[in-house]
Ligand binder design. Structure first.
Ligand SMILES: [Zn+2]
Length: 303
């Protein structure tokens, strides 16, 4: 039996149609959390029905508390919030052999739906002139643990970027051009779940090859002042609104990017405490989502 790690994001899920729906504590976000939960549940159910072993779902958007675990197939394990290591944010991938990425988006600096790499503060992350998407960074971060990236879902451009960076991965797109009104979420979700289950037998998807070293250019949206601040903080080269990072390979680049985007050297030393506080904020946010949904009559149970 194959154990599977699912990384679940919100931008490319079926209930997120605007930036507000990916933000924190907005009405659109509360609704998007419910739809994202239904997408992830459909996939987890299909994988378990198809004979997958343990399915672990890592909630991987913003606070890490978007999914409503009580609405997800009991055979799967939902991990909310973030962990310090060994894989930044994800913790220990355990015995998982395959990774699937749901609800994803395209890379910063490309025209996909709500495109960004780690944070919208980054205008672009470039390696050898190529935009780097999260799919590649996550696959690289999991490569030392032998996880094969087999399935990816997001907007059409995000799918093309994932397929280019991770040859052999199966993709399933969500087209957000037409808007939500004519979008049939349940039909799309059924197809998504079927495509994910089919990817269980995908021999051509390989563990990401960690070639190195890599030199990355990180362009800051707010321009030179922010680039200078970050460069001084982490002792990096800086030119205009760009900071340059030398990493031994892509997994190392992911680790360094997480530091540069989310931490200061002081916060890095206090990371376990900082993550505990961030996770508390996430839990409170999810409590707010439940109250909102209950108020609209969309959740009938008490938890
Ligand atoms: Zn996200």
């Amino acid at each position: 039996m194959t154990e599977i790690l699912i990384l679940a994001d919100i931008e490319g899920s079926s209930g997120c149609w605007s930036y507000a729906a990916s933000a924190f504590k907005t009405g659109q976000w509360a609704r998007a959390c419910l739809e994202m939960t239904r997408d992830v549940d459909a996939v987890a159910r299909a994988l378990c029905d198809r004979g997958a072993g343990r399915v672990v779902i890592q909630d991987f958007h913003r606070t890490g508390y978007n999914l409503l675990p009580e609405l997800i197939d009991r055979r799967a394990v939902v991990r909310s919030g973030y962990r310090v290591g060994p894989v930044p944010g994800m913790g220990d991938p355990g015995d998982s052999r395959l990774v699937m990425m749901l609800g994803m988006h395209a890379a910063s600096g490309t025209p996909g739906f709500l495109a960004h790499t780690l944070t919208s503060r980054l205008e672009a992350v470039l390696v050898e002139g190529r935009h780097v998407a999260e799919a590649e960074l996550f696959a690289a971060a999991l490569a030392p643990y032998g996880l094969r990236p087999v399935f990816f879902s997001g907007c059409p451009l995000a799918c093309r970027q994932a397929a280019a960076a991770l040859p052999g991965i199966a993709t399933f797109a969500i087209d957000k051009e037409q808007g939500p009104v004519r979008f049939d979420a349940s039909a799309w979700r059924r197809q998504l779940a079927g495509a994910a289950a089919d990817a269980l037998d995908l021999p051509q998807a390989a563990v990401y090859h960690l070639a190195g070293p890599v030199r990355a250019e990180i362009v800051f949206r707010r321009g030179a002042p922010e680039a200078r601040r970050v460069a001084a903080r982490w002792k990096l080269d800086c030119r205009g609104s760009s900071v340059f990072l030398e990493a031994s390979h892509m997994a190392d680049l992911y680790r360094r990017l997480v530091q540069v985007c989310y931490l200061t050297p002081v916060a890095k030393a206090l990371a376990p405490l900082a993550i505990r506080l961030a996770n508390l904020k996430g839990r409170l946010g999810l409590g707010w989502v439940r109250r909102r949904l209950r108020g609209w009559g969309q959740l009938s149970y008490r938890s």
